[in-house]
Design a protein around this ligand. Structure first.
Ligand SMILES: O=C(O)CCC(=O)C(=O)O
Ligand SMILES: [Fe+2]
Length: 323
């Protein structure tokens, strides 16, 4: 077993209780004062880790159970069934390597991408139940993502309403179901290589198998222990650039932990391909000089996709847009 992968410590990520924040932050500072301790905690988490655990998120337990069942069913389909949706971009896609596979639904909260894909996978009578479950879950998590973005804007000391409307209202959601099949030989090996998420924000459900690791500022790897009734939330490259580097987009990876298959479901909140990412002047000052050139979202994605060296993917933003 590679020792560098094995020797990690567990980390208790900061817990952010989202129920303490209102759906919309009022412009008036006075209304914001009561939320300041919570916002400071959020800000510290985003600066220190770029990751936090979201609790009291309000997603019904029943819906979470349903989406897990549908996702497990999806992953357990025979390979030739899942292959039917391989390369069906831009609607959907399926990726498979020996011990890892992922099924992706683009713009799922605002379109019927699950509906278009599902007849290729499920028999007719199950199809509508499955895509309705995935769609409902995606809508629910997109609403959560919107609230988190507003909390993040408030934690940066910005006027929530105007920045949200100007730059974030255009975001959409991609849902990805990840399956990791384990076997004796793979324990301790990297299942998903170290990367940063080239998105605005990620909300991840991970099951109880574990294996998610994140990299600290100092470059050490820490394991994020699964915690029931919570989501792992992380800042992506685009939000890092938009915040003028104030918030981290931390490297993370998945390492096989045991015999049991693992599943995670990621909701990626993404800017449109043609969106320009450019930090507002409010986040630029003498202490925090501008760190990134303006760039178009699709250009960053292209840079990451075409980079041959896997280990360099995590630093794509710095190379591509760093000043
Ligand atoms: O499966 C996980 O825990 C992490 C997945 C991930 O990092 C991703 O899909 O970008
Ligand atoms: Fe990721």
């Amino acid at each position: 077993m590679p020792s560098s992968l094995q020797s990690t410590h567990e980390i208790d990520l900061p817990l952010i209780d989202i129920s303490q924040f209102p759906q919309d932050f009022d412009e008036q500072e006075v209304n914001r004062l009561q939320y300041l301790p919570g916002l400071a905690k959020l800000s510290d988490a985003c600066k220190e880790w770029g990751f936090f655990l979201l609790v009291n998120h309000g997603v019904p337990q029943e819906l979470l159970q349903k989406v897990q069942t549908v996702s497990r069913d999806l992953l357990s389909m025979p390979a030739e069934v899942k292959d039917r949706v391989t390369g069906c971009n831009p609607i959907d896609s399926y990726y498979r390597s020996p011990n890892y596979e992922s099924i992706r639904f683009i713009n799922i909260a605002n379109s019927d991408s699950a509906g278009e894909m599902s007849p290729k996978i499920w028999p007719q009578k199950e199809s509508s139940y499955c895509c309705e479950t995935l769609g409902t879950y995606a809508v629910c998590l997109s609403n959560l993502a919107q609230k988190i973005i507003k909390m993040i804007l408030a934690s940066l000391g910005l006027d929530v309403d105007s920045f949200y409307r100007a730059d974030f209202e255009i975001c959409s959601s991609v849902l990805r179901v990840n399956g990791y099949s384990s076997n004796e030989k793979s324990i301790g090996e990297e299942a998903l290589l170290a990367h940063t998420d080239p998105v605005c924000l990620t909300i991840l459900y991970q099951d109880d198998v574990g294996g998610l690791q994140i990299r600290s500022k100092e470059g050490n790897w820490f394991t994020v222990k699964p915690r029931s009734h919570s989501f792992v939330v992380n800042v992506g490259d685009c939000l890092k650039a938009w915040s003028n580097g104030r918030y981290r987009s931390a490297e993370h990876r998945v390492v096989y932990t045991g015999w049991k298959d693992r599943m995670s479901i990621g909701l990626f909140y993404v800017f449109p391909d043609d969106a320009q990412i450019w930090a507002p002047t409010e986040l630029v000052d003498e202490e925090n000089p501008r760190r990134y050139k303006p760039f178009i979202n699709s250009q960053l994605k292209h840079e990451i996709r075409t980079n041959k060296e896997d280990k360099e993917k995590a630093t794509a933003l710095e190379r591509f847009a760093g000043i």
